[in-house]
Design a protein around this ligand. Structure first.
Ligand SMILES: Cc1cc2nc3c(=O)[nH]c(=O)nc-3n(C[C@H](O)[C@H](O)[C@H](O)COP(=O)(O)O)c2cc1C
Length: 170
């Protein structure tokens, strides 16, 4: 897909078909995540790929919407704070920016392959830590189901460019 088509095609998919995701498509999506830029190239993240089949009740504790476990796969983007670049002037830690770029690469690559995704931040952190068996240093940042959409995109409701952009100064 051409880039402007791709970013217009991506939407939050909240219903999935049970069809499996082909192994080569999963690998392509993961490779897109691997290529994401990160601050100082620290790559302070880990992806956890989970198959939902037979684990719906367990994985469903992470985010209690039936569609969360409808897709064959759920992917978590986790950040590792101690591996991330830290800005010297104010100790700002870039892990969440890095994790978001990784998620965006993954999600756009999935869209390009006809797969559906949905950014999910409103998950239960405690359940996520337990189900993923996360070590203390790993922080769950974003989840997404990965599978074929069973719904249709709605209208894109956005502020106008004029509302969002200022020039030269605030
Ligand atoms: C950081 C982030 C967190 C989000 N968390 C959730 C979520 O927990 N649950 C959900 O249903 N959608 C979530 N969304 C999806 C947004 O609601 C959605 O992207 C927005 O309404 C625009 O719709 P679109 O993705 O279809 O273009 C999240 C999106 C982002 C970027």
């Amino acid at each position: 897909m051409e880039f402007s088509e791709l970013i217009a095609a991506r939407y939050s998919v909240r219903a999935y078909r049970p069809d499996p995701v082909e192994a080569d498509k999963l690998q392509a999506v993961l490779a897109a995540a691997q290529l994401a830029p990160t601050a100082a190239n620290r790559q302070p993240f880990q992806l956890v790929v989970m198959h939902t089949a037979g684990r719906e009740a367990e994985i469903g504790q992470i985010y209690r919407r039936p569609w969360f476990v409808q897709a064959p796969l759920v992917i978590a983007v986790c950040a590792i704070s101690s591996q991330a670049w830290v800005r010297e002037s104010d100790r700002f830690n870039a892990r969440l920016i890095d994790a978001a770029i990784v998620a965006d690469h993954l999600i756009l690559a999935a869209t390009n392959l006809g797969l559906g995704t949905c950014w999910i931040a409103a998950f239960n952190v405690e359940a996520a830590r337990r189900v993923l068996r996360l070590p203390t240093e790993a922080e769950p940042v974003i989840f997404t189901p990965l599978g074929y959409p069973a719904d249709q995109p709605g209208p894109k409701i956005r502020k106008t460019v004029e509302e969002l952009v200022r020039y030269e100064h605030w």
